[in-house]
Structure formats: C-alpha cells, structure tokens
Design a protein around this ligand. Structure first.
Ligand SMILES: Cc1cc2nc3c(=O)[nH]c(=O)nc-3n(C[C@H](O)[C@H](O)[C@H](O)COP(=O)(O)OP(=O)(O)OC[C@H]3O[C@@H](n4cnc5c(N)ncnc54)[C@H](O)[C@@H]3O)c2cc1C
Length: 280
C-alpha cells in the first residue's frame, strides 16, 4: 500500500491520551503504544486498517506535510467509542559511510508526543483483516515486529466475542524477546484457547543485526503449516515489513517443494479472497 496512491479523505484530529513504551529501556529497538481519542466518536476502525499521521513542516526536503501510515492496534470495539491505539517503532537510519543517524520524522514525532497533544490524522484506509463467518475456519497469521498489531485485535475478537473453534497458527516475534511486543497478550490467549498455536520467532544472531528467522521457524513447523494451508477454507493474513512477505514466500516454496507449486497455491488463496497482506 503506497501512500501516494491512497485517497486519504478529509483530515480530522485526535487527542493523545497515553504514550507508553512497550519495550524495556535495555532493548535495542523502541516500540511505543499511543492511546488516542478521535474528536468525533463516530470514527470506527477494524483490525488491519491504518490511519495516516500528518506532521507539519517545513521538513528537510522542503515538504510542508510529512504523512505516514500506522496500523490500528486496538480498536474502538475494545476501548470504547472513538478510542484506538497505534503501535509505533521509533525509526532511524544509520548512514553506513558517515556513521550519522537520521531520525524518521513521523515515528519520532509520535514516540516523543506529550499527552493531551492534538494530532492531525486521516483515514481509516486499507482493507480490514476480516474474520470469516464460519468459526471452524483455520487461520494462519504472520505478524513480526509491529506487524503483530492487527492480530492482537483479531485474536481478542476470535476468542472473546466469537468462541473460535478452528485452528489458529500465529508466527510473531522480533529480533530478541525484549523487542517482542504483546507477547503477554499472546501467552494469555494461548493458555485459554485450545486451537491457538503461537510460534515465537527471534533472530539467531541479533548482535550481528540478523533479522528474525521466520524461514527457520516455518521450517521447524513445516508439516503443520503445509497441512493448514492445504485446508480448503484456510485464510492467511500477513503483516509487517516487506521482507516478512518475501521470507514467507521463500519458506513456503521450500515447504511446497518448489516456487511454482507455492505460487499456484498462493494465487488460488488470493483469488478466493483468502489471503490478506499488510506489508510496508
Ligand atoms: C500500510 C502501512 C502500515 C504501517 N503500519 C505501521 C505500524 O503499525 N507501526 C509502525 O511503526 N510503522 C508502520 N508503518 C511504517 C510507517 O508508515 C513509516 O514508514 C515509519 O514509521 C517510518 O516513517 P518516518 O516518518 O519515521 O521515517 P521517514 O522520515 O519517512 O524516514 C524513512 C527512513 O529514512 C531515513 N532518513 C530520514 N532522513 C534521512 C536522510 N536525510 N538521509 C538518509 N536517510 C534518512 C529515516 O531514518 C527512516 O529510516 C506502516 C507503513 C505502511 C505503508
């Protein structure tokens, strides 16, 4: 989903009610949860949808408004009319030659925002991650890093409102356990929900900057994942950074025996409306 291609509609304001760290100070990445309240409580959001955050400039490259998308993590269905949360990773880019660190504009603005501040937003935009009507439908979710945000909301809906009976497999995690967000929520759900199997994914060498080993985690659950994907009614949901989608495809091509078999299976899921991805 590219921001330039989106019709964001009119902007509206929300007030920041709370800004809390989800990661401990010793973690190498900072992820924060922002609790917001829309001025108009008619605003509704579904898991998987995003809002556009606009930061007024002027900015370094001359732009007046810097706009970025963030996924709604908790929805008004959980928090009450007009209330929702965003789960934001503080971004910065380290120039490999100069060693200089450049902070990302919107993520740093959000992470540093004081309570009671007003934000300019637009949306919601994007496809919601819709839950099928049949509670026996098997579901596969892949949400690494901040990609877990929509699944936290979905899991609550599945087990608190829908009494879900189908198998649900979730791959989630971050480079290390310290940066893994919402793991307590996932563990709590896993204790009481029988058909729910979460798989935690971390990096084998975080100190070297290696990414989470999604391919390795899928490989060690290969039979289970392939069997799930073979179910005629299965739905697949993927969220997070673009490399997550790429690594998932590589791992599934391995599980399928070759890339063509996996591409055909994926196309079938997409055509049947059983595949939703939110990659950024
Ligand atoms: C559909 C969608 C959903 C998303 N959901 C989430 C979400 O739930 N949570 C989340 O945290 N993110 C999410 N994102 C990512 C988010 O929109 C932003 O892209 C991210 O926060 C970085 O934005 P920024 O303004 O902080 O960085 P930008 O200012 O846009 O900078 C981008 C990168 O370039 C680097 N940079 C900046 N200036 C320079 C410079 N002068 N020279 C070299 N490099 C520089 C920055 O450090 C940064 O790494 C989502 C994206 C999409 C498309």
């Amino acid at each position: 989903m590219k921001i330039e291609d989106l019709d964001l509609g009119p902007s509206w304001t929300a007030k920041l009610i709370g800004n809390t760290a989800l990661t401990p100070p010793e973690a190498s990445e900072e992820v924060r949860e922002l609790l917001l309240e829309a001025g108009d409580d008619e605003y509704d959001f579904r898991a998987g949808q995003c809002v556009a955050v606009s930061v007024s400039g002027p900015h370094e490259f001359g732009q007046q408004e810097h706009v970025r998308l963030y996924t709604v993590a908790r929805t008004p269905a959980e928090l009450g009319p007009g209330r929702f949360t965003l789960c934001v990773r503080r971004c910065s880019f380290l120039d490999p030659y100069s060693g200089e660190r450049f902070p990302g504009i919107a993520s740093n603005y959000l992470c540093d925002l004081d309570e009671d501040s007003e934000l300019s937003l637009a949306g919601p935009v994007g496809l919601p991650f819709l839950i099928p009507n049949d509670p026996y439908t098997p579901l596969l979710m892949v949400g690494l890093g901040t990609g877990i945000a929509p699944f936290r909301a979905m899991l609550r809906e599945l087990y608190e409102q829908r009494d879900w009976q189908g198998k649900v497999m979730l791959f989630h995690g971050a480079r290390t356990g310290l940066e893994t967000v919402y793991s307590t929520d996932v563990a709590e759900i896993s204790e009481r929900a029988e058909g729910f199997s979460p798989v935690s994914v971390v990096s084998p060498r975080p100190a070297w900057g290696d990414k989470e080993d999604l391919a390795g985690a899928i490989r060690s659950h290969q039979d289970e994942v392939w069997k799930l994907l073979g179910e005629p009614e299965v739905c697949v949901y993927i969220a997070g950074l673009n490399w997550v989608g790429e690594q998932f495809d590589l791992a599934m091509a391995e599980a399928a025996g070759n890339a063509e078999t996996w591409a055909a299976r994926k196309e079938k899921l997409q055509k049947a409306g059983r595949w939703t991805s939110l990659l950024y």
